[in-house]
Design a protein around this ligand. Structure first.
Ligand code: MG
Length: 372
């Protein structure tokens, strides 16, 4: 990206003026200690992002770095408005925590427990620390995280590419753009649900998955639509009903020919405990799970409950996307297209090759900063 614009976009005068050199928010770097720095970054969307309950053209973001003896780990907090975090809340949280008290980056449990207990919520802010810490540790060890976890890179799934709710013309254009992808993700939950699928099916027969974003509140109608989708080469349905409608979702799941996946219904690890019999799988997103440390635990817990795993994302740069991709060999499905939906990605990272998530040998989370 263009470096000057990147710096201009930071918006906070107290931040130092260079990147990727640590830009410390009012603290001095101490050798042998963890040094956290961060700056705001506005993600610009290629298309307006229309969901059942909102529409937007940009996503606020904060880029983080943790430096330790000259090695830098990168992280990111992406803040779609519906999750309740903002540039202000994230910068306040990151300004308040004191990572410089830690001298051993390998004490990841202790460090992240401190960050998590510092204040409630702030999930994306916590994720930005977790991701940068994982990147740093992987670089110190000289290995990518999928290797550290012992995962086989060929087991990554295809990623879906999202087709939002839009006019017929825009939907057709997006389907053309999505030609390299093996799965299309269709947003539903407004009145033109079937119309969007019909338009897609006029152009291609690649499998679709459907994300309703809690948009259906009538279980009988929901089942009718899911039965219809099952005839349309649909793989699964994500969050069909409002998260509070637990009994109705369980009713729907029992009768649905397609797996029902939870997204808005959970954020943290303990939320999953009540999902058996309600959902068939979970969509793990680092911005809700507070990063990789807890996301990995979610995979283990969900699998022990007999559930399937999907790895998802917000609109993010290739930084958080590449971090999430390290877990992709553990997932049945992936929706890691958030970096493809923005026009100002400032990282090079995980690649999609013939629709499949392809992990590189780069250490840590597998990214490099793009310089203008
Ligand atoms: Mg979703």
């Amino acid at each position: 990206m263009e470096r000057r614009n990147f710096l201009k976009s930071s918006g906070l005068g107290l931040l130092a003026a260079t990147f990727p050199t640590p830009a410390l928010a009012g603290k001095s770097a101490k050798s042998g200690h963890l040094n956290l720095s961060f700056k705001p970054y506005d993600l610009k969307l290629r298309h307006a992002f229309n969901l059942a309950k909102s529409s937007r053209k940009n996503t606020p973001d904060v880029l983080t770095q943790i430096e330790y003896d000259g090695i830098i780990g990168y992280g990111e907090a992406s803040m779609p408005p519906y999750l309740g975090e903002s540039i202000e809340s994230v910068t306040k949280f990151l300004s308040s925590i004191d990572l410089a008290q830690f001298t051993d980056p390998f004490r990841i449990d202790e460090i992240l427990e401190y960050v998590d207990k510092f204040a409630p919520d702030n999930l994306a802010a916590k994720a930005s620390v977790d991701i940068a810490l994982h990147d740093l540790l992987g670089k110190i060890m000289g290995q990518p995280w999928y290797k550290i976890w012992g995962l086989s890179p060929e087991n990554t799934p295809n990623t879906s590419f999202t087709i939002g709710i839009d006019t017929a013309e825009v939907v057709r254009q997006k389907v053309d753009e999505a030609a390299p992808y093996k799965v299309l993700k269709v947003k539903m939950g407004l009145n033109n649900d079937r119309e969007t699928v019909e338009i897609i099916r006029q152009k291609t027969n690649v499998p679709i998955c459907v994300d309703v974003n809690q948009g259906w509140d009538n279980k009988e109608k929901a089942l009718e639509t899911i039965n219809w989708l099952a005839e349309k080469n649909c793989l699964f349905v994500e969050q069909p009903m409002p998260k509070e409608m637990i009994d109705e979702t369980a009713w729907l799941r029992e009768r649905s020919p397609l797996p029902i996946i939870a997204d808005e219904a959970f954020r943290r690890l303990p939320d999953i405990l009540g999902f058996k019999g309600v959902y068939d799988g979970i969509n793990i997103k680092l911005m809700k799970s507070t990063g990789l440390h807890e996301a990995y635990k979610m995979v283990i817990l969900a699998r022990s409950l007999g559930m399937k795993i999907m790895i998802g994302c917000m609109t993010e740069t290739s930084c958080a996307i590449s971090a999430a991709a390290q877990l992709a060999p553990l997932a049945e499905w992936a929706d890691l297209d958030g970096n493809l939906l923005i026009s100002n990605d400032c990282f090079d990272g995980m690649k999609i090759v013939n629709g499949k998530i392809t992990l590189a040998d780069r250490p840590g989370i597998g990214v490099e900063v793009l310089r203008g």
